[in-house]
Design a binder for this molecule. Structure first.
Ligand SMILES: Cc1cc2nc3c(=O)[nH]c(=O)nc-3n(C[C@H](O)[C@H](O)[C@H](O)COP(=O)(O)OP(=O)(O)OC[C@H]3O[C@@H](n4cnc5c(N)ncnc54)[C@H](O)[C@@H]3O)c2cc1C
Ligand SMILES: NC(=O)c1ccc[n+]([C@@H]2O[C@H](COP(=O)([O-])OP(=O)(O)OC[C@H]3O[C@@H](n4cnc5c(N)ncnc54)[C@H](O)[C@@H]3O)[C@@H](O)[C@H]2O)c1
Length: 517
């Protein structure tokens, strides 16, 4: 269908203009990072696109409840607590004034509003029709959008709801990008005092004590954020190791820093009961009692449950389209992100691991390119950087030392600490370090792991070096800006070269440097 065929009566979010327009080259279900990218990619390819989301704020978990809010709250906590300045001037500026929940949430709300507006503009600028409502399949090409005017609209949304009518739309191709939601184990009475990562933003006060159930990425990041604000945090997990996918040396350093921040770990504990004895903000702080399988109990003001996520597929009626669903509601896809129904694609959290905003965007772009006959490289790149916004933050790419040992790959390790690096000292981070793993005997970089300020950014040097199959001696031969954290790569590489020499492996012959322009 010709985009221009819609006329110039209005494009983008002015929904009334599109009632007659019911068939599209692509229908995208879900307006999170994957859906927005998928819609934009299709429009760049000149296709007509409708995007459906059940929330009026576009951006999904990426912008509204997950990636950006959690990182904004972390940044706010670091600033409000004075943590970043603690080692800078020899003066502890921490918690000079007790932060209120309004202080804590203000920046997050601004950032979110800015992003929501940007997404609307982005889709409007590329003439994507956006429909707000719950999408369900009626058949392999047809989708019912249940507008909010179907009876659920709150007063606040009445005007908008009048525009959100029920409609049926047809997609020649369809991209499912409905994301994931927090898993809600039945024992938890979610509401005031008991939150998940979606409802946490409804906090009415900053608790003195908090239990975080689940020491996965979400649990660890929020435990650090609240600990920075002065909350006494208990981090509880049924397992006995923190973030088992991390290089163990980095994980141990993180545990030490989290304990230093006052976080109490409770390993191998599973909650068996949770009772709200006093809801917070009803005449005082909350009082929630947790019972564990060990027989112990714990009373805290508030509980955050971060016990994993489930795919948003339960209400899609995928059976009407013939799309198969796997474990935990995940949609299986091929390397081009096609489901078992060839014209229906799926990308982002709804297909599972790695379930990151960054990878969701890449997947959706590849899926849509494939759908319209472009031939992108299939699959997600194997070399994925990971960032974890604990305090301190962690960045890593490639193999851990444990993986190399397990696979029997001979290697040497080089480390460089922030304390020995001028930029590290300027930042006041004396505990951070970079750990590089080089294969023997050729000294090619196989893994980079970093903990400390700005580690999630600085790890991209390691990623590009791994992509270009860079060796330790090449890091050593290059000139790095000073003072920077990038320089850590040079010193870690140098340490690895020395370690290799000690066991009789010579420094490789230099590679000719590229000529300067
Ligand atoms: C607390 C937290 C912190 C995170 N931090 C990071 C991070 O630092 N870095 C990172 O890369 N990733 C992070 N993530 C993960 C990241 O948020 C997700 O991987 C990403 O948002 C997935 O994008 P998506 O488009 O697949 O799905 P989502 O962002 O979940 O968007 C799905 C959209 O689909 C809509 N939808 C669902 N079902 C329907 C339906 N039936 N009809 C209509 N609309 C529907 C939803 O309303 C939603 O807008 C974090 C997640 C959380 C929860
Ligand atoms: N920086 C990032 O990239 C980032 C940050 C936050 C979230 N995310 C996304 O969110 C996902 C992580 O979500 P998550 O942390 O909720 O899940 P998770 O599965 O990573 O961790 C859940 C933890 O809860 C524990 N657990 C579950 N049930 C329990 C119980 N009854 N008692 C005790 N412990 C229990 C598990 O052992 C596990 O350690 C990631 O996969 C990623 O997609 C990414």
């Amino acid at each position: 269908m010709d985009v221009d065929g819609r006329g110039s009566a209005g494009v983008g979010l002015r929904k009334g203009a599109y009632l007659a327009m019911e068939s599209y080259d692509l229908v995208v279900i879900g307006g999170g990072p994957a859906g927005i990218q998928g819609a934009t990619t299709a429009r760049i390819l000149g296709k007509t696109v409708a995007l459906v989301d059940r929330h009026h704020e576009l951006g999904g978990a990426g912008a509204n409840t997950g990636t950006v809010p959690s990182k904004t709250l972390r940044e706010t906590a670091v600033v409000l607590s004075g943590l970043r300045s603690r080692d800078l001037y020899g003066v502890d500026l921490s918690l000079r004034r007790k932060a209120t929940v309004a202080d804590f949430l203000r920046h997050e709300q601004h950032v979110k509003q800015g992003l929501n507006a940007r997404f609307n503009q982005q889709l409007e600028a590329c003439s994507t029709c956006v429909f707000f409502g719950e999408a369900t399949f009626l058949g392999p090409h047809t989708i019912h959008v249940r507008g909010r005017s179907s009876g659920e609209a709150s007063d606040a949304h009445k005007e908008q709801a009048a525009l959100d009518e029920d409609r049926i739309i047809r997609g020649e191709k369809i991209l499912i990008a409905t994301g994931s939601s927090p898993s809600r184990p039945g024992i938890f009475p979610f509401g005031p005092g008991v939150f998940d990562s979606d409802t946490l933003l409804n906090l009415c006060n900053l608790p003195e004590t908090m239990a975080v159930l689940g020491a996965g990425t979400i649990g660890c990041e929020y435990a650090c954020t609240f600990a920075a604000l002065g909350t006494k945090v208990h981090l509880i997990d049924g397992r006995d190791a923190l973030l088992p996918f991390l290089d163990r040396e980095i994980a141990a350093a993180l545990v030490a820093e989290m304990e230093r921040a006052g976080i109490v770990f409770r390993w191998k504990e599973r909650a068996t009961s949770c009772v709200v004895e006093q809801a917070p903000c009803q005449g005082g702080p909350g009082r929630v009692r947790l019972g564990f399988d060990s027989g112990e109990s714990l009373v805290v003001e508030e509980v955050l449950v971060a016990a994993g996520r489930v795919s948003n597929t339960a209400t899609l009626k995928l059976e009407a389209a013939g799309v198969k669903v796997g474990e935990k509601g995940l949609i299986p896809v091929d390397p081009s992100f096609r489901t078992n129904v060839p014209h229906i694609y799926a990308a982002g959290d709804v297909i599972g691991f790695p379930a990151l905003a960054s990878t969701s965007i890449e997947q959706a772009q590849r899926a849509v390119q494939h759908a319209f006959g472009r031939s992108p490289a299939p699959g997600t790149p194997e070399l994925l950087p990971h960032g974890i916004w604990t305090i301190p933050e962690i960045g890593y790419v490639g193999a851990t030392e444990e993986e190399l040992v397990k696979k029997g790959i001979p290697h040497v390790v080089g480390r460089a600490s922030y304390a020995d690096n001028p930029r590290g000292r300027i930042l006041g981070d004396l505990a951070g370090f970079l750990k590089l793993l080089f294969r023997l005997p050729d000294l090619e970089l196989l893994g980079a792991h970093m903990i400390g300020e700005q580690a999630t950014d600085a790890i991209h040097i390691g990623m590009m070096a791994m992509f270009a199959q860079v060796r330790a001696d090449q890091f050593d031969d290059m000139c790095f800006n000073l003072p920077t954290l990038g320089e850590l790569y040079k010193y870690a590489a140098f340490e690895a070269i020395l370690a290799a020499e000690k066991i009789g492996v010579d420094r490789p012959l230099p590679v000719a440097a590229p000529e300067a322009l």
